[in-house]
Design a protein around this ligand. Structure first.
Ligand code: CA
Length: 528
């Protein structure tokens, strides 16, 4: 009671004494499925295509986190972790399809209490209505790329145009009309570059004249992995659909209802386009699609073609996001807001861009465990700096509260990144391992449940439904191709990591796994 009163006093004092000028604004730009290796500043083969000039500029002006990871590599859960600063088993949103308990403590609610004006625009994906915002307008569910519906406290409306541009319009409009006496926290959250990848019309020809570099693991056969890697359904080869995912013309006699489990959202969205939009879309793909049909590709050549179409559309969506970043940065500059606004760019998890032969996310393997995290904080973060500490989306809520001078509640499970952003050498030792737990099985893409630990160098994963393990030396084997679990030379190391993993589970209070019933689950994995 006493402490609550003290916090209230402090909050009141803070909101009275500190006006909009002294406390920084927070612009949190958040996308869906944007893997770090599709950002120029993160390097890698795709950098040669210059996918993100504006996000790269942001990195050059601020700090890029090199070892940034999620706790549970899937859309809804990542968002719930960010809002609460708590692992999935604590915030209750463990897998897509769950409903977020909006009554619980979240960082936007706490920011509002200390005098921030808050807004949430774009992709929300947590089923329940947003709480803790002065203003919100969100896409229902996954939302559409073209002419999307938007839901707010006032009801539902449909807006003509391209989703990324529309959400940026909403952000600019809100910034223009906000209460300028208060600092703001704006969450501008894009659907892009989520499947099924529909680029903006202006970028439909982007990359037409280039060949996207292939990842080294495009034809991985998962021979060393635990068995779930061989029973998943996220292969470019066998599971990526030529019509639904890659927008080839439907062949003669094509019946969408008879096609097996695939994301039809783009296929449906094409029918919602205006005649002008549809004309531009069809014109851009007609020649390319006709050329594909003439080639009559099979086997690896077909996979390579699908990879090119997939990556080009994905990167065209990314370029649409980059345009949004450019517009928002220009707005901050033009309105004298750049100096006192922290800009954060991140995405809910990483993504397989043909790595291991896959698309999608979910696994604790590097490509989907990683999240981009770039923070520009003028006068605080050193321009062009790179931080290599192990950070997670678990830390965002604490960071935003710390930035605002608000107290971080004891039940949050991450750490404020502010000492890292300040480049504070005297900060207490940072975490030396992260904890991960994915829950979505049975579910689409058939990735078995697993938890694990990652340190700077090693990774240990437990597919507990099957009681199978994987262990990698990331320094020697960054592509995670050689599973060293069971290798006698690493026995002690694995044993120590297993103990540490148990400690992390106990420390975070996670006893949420199902007890292993390997035979039963093994049967489910095989059932199709
Ligand atoms: Ca996602």
């Amino acid at each position: 009671m006493l402490r609550a009163a003290w916090v209230l006093l402090l909050a009141t004092a803070t909101s009275v004494e500190a006006g909009a000028q002294s406390r920084p604004n927070i612009l949190f730009i958040f996308t869906d499925d944007h893997a770090p290796h599709a950002i120029g500043a993160y390097g890698g083969p795709l950098k040669t295509l210059d996918p993100t000039p504006s996000i790269d500029r942001l990195a050059a002006q601020g700090m890029r986190f090199q070892n940034s990871f999620c706790t549970n590599s899937i859309c809804g859960p990542s968002r719930a972790v960010i809002l609460t600063g708590k692992h999935s088993h604590r915030n209750g949103f463990m897998m897509n399809g769950n409903r977020f308990d909006g009554d619980q403590q979240t960082f936007p609610k706490l920011l509002r209490k200390v005098g921030y004006q808050t807004a949430m625009l774009g992709k929300w994906h947590l089923s329940s209505d947003p709480q803790g915002f002065d203003h919100w307008e969100v896409l229902p569910g996954q939302g559409d790329y073209y002419n999307p519906a938007l839901v707010s406290a006032k009801g539902k409306r449909q807006v003509e145009g391209y989703c990324t541009d529309i959400v940026t319009d909403l952000a600019v409009e809100w910034l223009d009309n906000r209460d300028k006496s208060k600092p703001f926290m704006l969450m501008c959250q894009h659907k892009a570059p989520h499947r099924t990848w529909m680029p903006p019309l202006r970028h439909l020809a982007l990359y037409d004249d280039v060949t996207v570099p292939e990842p080294a693991t495009l034809f991985d056969d998962w021979k060393d992995n635990a068995s779930p890697a061989r029973s998943q359904e996220m292969e470019i080869d066998r599971h990526m659909h030529l019509v639904f995912d890659l927008f080839l013309d439907a062949p003669e006699g094509f019946d969408p209802d008879k096609e097996r489990g695939s994301d039809r959202s783009g296929f449906r969205n094409l029918r919602k386009m205006t005649p002008t939009q549809r004309q531009a879309w069809d014109a851009a793909y007609a020649t390319k699609n006709a050329a594909f049909r003439r080639l009559n590709l099979k086997g690896k050549e077909l996979v390579r073609w699908k990879y090119q179409r997939y990556l080009k559309n994905y990167l065209r969506c990314v370029r649409g996001v980059d345009d949004s970043v450019a517009r928002l940065m220009a707005y901050l500059d033009a309105n004298d807001l750049a100096q006192n606004t922290i800009v954060v760019y991140s995405s809910d998890q990483g993504f397989y861009l043909g790595d291991h032969g896959w698309y999608d996310k979910r696994w604790m393997y590097e490509e989907s465990l990683a999240m981009p995290l770039i923070v520009r904080w003028p006068g605080v973060t050193r321009p062009g700096s790179v931080n290599t500490e192990l950070v997670q989306n678990l830390d965002y809520a604490e960071t935003f509260l710390d930035v605002a001078g608000a107290r971080v509640p004891d039940d949050m499970q991450g750490h404020s990144l502010v000492p890292l952003l300040r480049g504070d050498e005297s900060k207490p030792p940072w975490r030396d391992a992260i904890y991960y737990h994915y829950y979505g099985f049975p579910a689409v893409h058939r990735v078995a449940r697993h938890y694990g630990i990652r340190t700077h160098r090693y990774k240990l994963m437990h597919f507990y439904q099957l009681d199978e393990w994987e262990f990698y030396d990331l320094e020697k084997d960054p592509d995670e191709l050689t599973n060293l679990y069971g290798d006698p030379a690493h026995r002690d190391l694995v044993a120590n990591l297993a103990v540490k993993l148990g400690e992390l589970r106990a420390g975070y209070g996670d006893d949420s796994d199902v007890s292993p019933k390997p035979l039963e689950w093994r049967r489910k994995m095989r059932d199709r």
